[in-house]
Design a protein around this ligand. Structure first.
Ligand code: SF4
Length: 206
């Protein structure tokens, strides 16, 4: 196992999070499926990481209520309704845009629904974080990572008309399609939420 993952897991535990290290995405999926056993409803934060390890399909098979605002079949009205319901689901799944070695989770969001649900509302929140999200530095380095490695590909994936979609670089734009509206640093586990961080020794998402 990657020693860095062990170190960051210890740092996360000191900050009140439950943290586990998994050797593969498959192992991370098994962990989440076990943690999901008591949940009647599961919300998804629109994470490429969570999707890539097959959790959407596996959880859909269990008969639980699946709340996925990123489902392309949803009408705009239904999408808003699902986003609201995700805020109070039993289990909310997402990744982090960056994770510092001293155990701080950093996310940049557009609507803020993803970060809101990660902080308060759902009974349990699980971040699935690939090793590529680790940042050996402080918050500035974490934000730089997000602007360099996460936002441009997310803008392209979501077909946003932003400068970074075209150039791959952040221009701190004023575009109506800008996805960088809210930056959230989770310094410690929010008091009312059971937050797990599943660290995976694979590159997952971006
Ligand atoms: S501020 Fe604009 S250009 Fe920069 S990463 Fe965000 S959406 Fe892209």
């Amino acid at each position: 196992m990657n020693e860095q993952l062990d170190k960051v897991a210890e740092a996360l535990k000191k900050r009140g999070f439950k943290a586990v290290c998994c050797a593969s995405g498959a192992e991370a999926r098994d962990y989440v499926m076990k943690e999901a056993e008591g949940a009647k409803s599961v919300g998804f934060g629109g994470s490429v990481t969570v999707k890539s390890i097959g959790l959407v399909e596996e959880l859909a098979k269990t008969g639980k209520e699946i709340l996925r605002h990123g489902d392309p079949s949803l009408s705009p009205e239904k999408k808003v309704e699902v986003m609201h319901r995700e805020l109070t689901c039993d289990l909310f799944l997402l990744s982090a845009n960056a994770l510092t070695m001293d155990g701080r989770l950093v996310n940049i969001d557009g609507n803020g629904n993803r970060v809101a649900a990660s902080i308060y509302g759902p009974g349990k929140v699980i971040f699935v974080v690939g090793r590529n999200k680790l940042v050996d530095g402080g918050l500035d380095d974490a934000i730089a990572r997000i602007k360099r490695c996460a936002c441009p590909p997310n803008c392209r994936r979501l077909n946003k008309q932003t400068p970074c979609t075209l150039t791959g670089e952040c221009a701190d734009c004023s575009s109506p399609d800008r996805i960088c509206m809210v930056t959230v640093v989770m310094d410690r586990r929010p008091r009312s939420t059971d937050v797990h961080v599943v660290l995976v020794d694979e590159d997952l998402g971006y």
